[in-house]
Every structure is written in structure tokens, then in C-alpha cells.
Design a binder for this molecule. Structure first.
Ligand code: GLA
Length: 381
């Protein structure tokens, strides 16, 4: 990747970069939509990511190039949201805007190139990866350093305020705090970040359906709004402050839809806690049961699953060596993650895909991965 990106940079700008950074995608292990409700969540950085190369320019021009989409794009000193094939620049442009709001020096002119071995649109948060890799690159350009927590918050701010998605801290937190063979535990109230070891011989298999609800951003925002309404109806600041007892005694005040959303979040936060405990005890069957229960709650209570994702989960949990399976990420299409024992292999994955194909006439993209390193500078010139 390092050589490929350096070559892309040279081909684009006829010069050498001064730094190359990398940030990984993430998998949401368990804790669905808990993050923006102040709850807890377990994620992991995955072993694929987005790489960014930069060099400063004296003339104030900002030039952008993606290995995926082709032509060099040019912007000036003013930040402006772009559309169509240039819209990916909104993530790094959002990072520049967020750096300013954090009181950091923002970069002037530069040449920028990005390349990725992270599948885009697979529910692995390529957006958080490009935000964090870009933030590290811009910090390097301006000779600044920040702690991991600030880095993560810059990425989230870029996404919330510039890109306009009201996401929580899960994606950026996992990409920033990820470590090899570890899960990232986030208590989003702080936020506080820590890691939990992945049990040996466990693996992630991602089955990306390539389906995406046309209104996915609007549906995510709608769930966000329903959760905020539920907290207000229950008389708490955020749903993480509502116990199951409070919910049960006040549920009659909530509309049936809002009640279902609240129950999902409150029970899901409980499942995250039980998952951490089961991981500590090495009880992987229990972990798997909790993962699948999380999916069922998405399916029936939060209603952010789809029949395609449900059928993948139904198939996967019947295969030997699969502990559990669930949709990963925002939902409304996207990907299912299975936690497996090392005994689950390519032939098993191919059978799962064949079953899916017989049901839906399409083949999912299969990605086998492990938990990998978090965001960092990979090379300095
Ligand atoms: C998306 C968001 C995250 C989180 C998940 C659902 O990935 O970006 O902040 O809310 O959905 O858990």
C-alpha cells in the first residue's frame, strides 16, 4: 500500500509526499445505536484501512486525488462541500473545519492523495478511516500533535457538522483506539476508551450484501430523533440514564414505536455489559448468544435490519463454529458480522454465500478479518 500510494502521489503531482498516514475501518462488535445515547459499545479496528499521503504547497492551492475515483480535484482556501464523484473530499475538508473549531492551526495549501484497501460501503466505516488518516496527515503538515481522544473527536466533529451525519463516537473511537487482536470498549458518556482482548482462535467474517436503503441517512437521523424523544418522555437526559425498571414503569407514556426503540437501546446497553463479562470468563457461547440477540432486537424492536440481513443471520447461526451473527453498523442494509472459531473457513463461507444467492439472486462480498492496529503515521520523509 505504501509503495502504491507513493506512486499515485508521484503520478498525480510529480513530487514526493512528506508523510503517509493510515487509519483502519471498524467493525461494530455489539452495541447497536448505543453510542449517541450515551451508552457503551464494543468495536474493533479491522486489519484494512485508508492511507493518505500529503505534501505542503506554498501557493495555497489544495489538490486532492483518490486512487478510486480518478482525476485531481482542486479547491482553494475556502472549504466547500462538493457533490458527485468529488464528494469524498467532504470528509477531509470536514476535518480541516473541525481542526479550526478545536483551536488548531489548519493547513494552507497542499497536495493530497488517498488510497484504500478497505471496501467502501461494506459497513466498515470508511468515513471514519478517511477522517482519522486525514487528520493525522494535516497535523503532520502543520507540525502539531494531539492525543488520541482529540483525534477521534476531530473526526466525529467533521462527520457531524460538515458532512452532516449525527453519528456517535463508535466509528472514530474504534479506528483511533484499535489495537491488534483487541476489541475497543467505549463508554460514550465520558467518552472513556479501553481495550478488551479478543479470545484466541476467534475470527470476524463479514458478509456484505451491497444493499443499502435509498433513505439510509434519513432513517439513521429518524432513529436518532426517536431515541431523543424517548429520553425526553422518560424524563432522562439520554437513554443510557434510563434503567429497565424506569422504562417498564413509564412505558405507557411512550408511543408504541418510541417504546420499541427505547427498549432496544436500554437492553442493548445491558447486553454490551454482559458481553464484556462473558469475554472475561472465556464463555464464547454466551458471547455468541448475545450477538445474535442483539441482531434480533435490531430486527424486531429497532427495525433497522432488512430481510436480506436477517436471512444471512438465520443461515450463519446454523453453521458449526459460528458463535453468533448480527448486523454491524447503522443498518438498513449493509453487512452482517459473524464471530467464528478458527474452524470456520472459506468453504463454509462459500456455502453461506450460495444459500444467500439462492434466496436473493446475488452474492455477498465475503471479508475475513482480524482486529488490527489503530490510526497512525506510517512514514515520514
Ligand atoms: C453508524 C454510526 C455509529 C453508530 C452505528 C450504530 O456506524 O456512524 O456512530 O451509531 O451506526 O451503532
Amino acid at each position: 500500500m505504501l509503495e502504491q500510494l507513493t506512486q499515485l502521489f508521484r503520478d498525480s503531482y510529480g513530487r514526493e509526499p512528506i508523510a503517509i498516514t493510515r487509519a483502519p475501518g471498524r467493525v461494530e462488535f455489539i452495541g447497536n445505536h448505543t453510542d449517541y445515547n450515551g451508552g457503551t459499545v464494543l468495536g474493533a479496528a479491522v486489519d484494512r484501512g485508508i492511507w493518505v499521503a500529503v505534501a505542503p504547497r506554498e501557493d495555497g492551492r489544495r489538490r486532492w486525488r483518490s486512487g478510486e475515483t480518478g482525476a485531481v480535484i482542486e479547491t482553494g482556501a475556502a472549504l466547500a462541500k462538493l457533490e458527485g464523484s468529488s464528494s469524498w473530499t467532504n470528509y477531509p475538508q470536514g476535518v480541516i473545519s473541525a481542526m479550526g473549531e478545536f483551536g488548531l492551526t489548519v493547513p494552507g495549501g497542499f497536495d493530497y492523495a488517498v488510497h484504500s484497501d478497505l471496501p467502501v460501503g461494506a459497513g466498515l466505516s470508511s468515513s471514519a478511516a478517511i477522517e482519522l488518516a486525514s487528520a493525522l496527515a494535516f497535523l503532520h503538515l502543520t507540525g502539531q500533535e494531539v492525543d488520541k481522544e482529540t483525534l477521534v473527536k476531530i473526526g466525529r466533529k467533521a462527520e457531524n457538522d460538515f458532512v452532516g451525519v449525527p453519528c456517535g463516537i463508535l466509528d472514530q473511537g474504534s479506528s483511533g483506539f484499535g489495537e491488534k487482536d483487541k476489541l475497543v470498549f467505549i463508554d460514550c458518556r465520558g467518552p472513556d476508551f479501553s481495550t478488551v482482548p479478543m479470545p484466541v482462535d476467534t475470527h470476524f467474517w463479514i458478509f456484505n450484501t451491497h444493499t443499502k436503503h435509498a433513505l439510509v441517512d434519513g432513517l439513521y437521523s429518524a432513529r436518532h430523533a426517536e431515541c431523543m424523544a424517548a429520553a425526553a418522555d422518560l424524563g432522562v437526559n439520554q437513554l443510557a440514564d434510563a434503567s429497565l425498571e424506569l422504562f417498564q414503569s413509564e412505558v405507557h407514556q411512550l408511543s408504541p414505536t418510541v417504546a420499541k426503540r427505547a427498549r432496544h437501546i436500554i437492553e442493548e446497553i445491558d447486553r454490551v455489559g454482559r458481553t464484556v463479562k462473558a469475554l472475561g470468563e472465556g464463555d464464547l457461547d454466551e458471547v455468541g448468544t448475545l450477538l445474535t440477540a442483539s441482531h434480533r432486537s435490531s430486527q424486531h424492536a429497532f427495525e433497522n435490519s432488512t430481510p436480506d440481513l436477517d436471512s444471512l443471520v438465520d443461515t450463519l447461526i446454523r453453521v458449526p463454529n459460528v458463535y453468533g451473527a448480527r448486523l454491524t453498523g447503522g443498518g438498513f442494509g449493509g453487512a452482517v458480522m459473524a464471530l467464528t472459531h478458527a474452524g470456520f473457513g472459506d468453504a463454509d463461507a462459500a456455502e453461506v454465500s450460495a444459500t444467500y444467492n439462492s434466496q436473493w439472486g446475488a452474492t455477498p462480498q465475503v471479508i475475513h478479518m482480524r482486529a488490527g492496529e489503530g490510526a497512525r503515521v506510517m512514514w515520514r520523509g
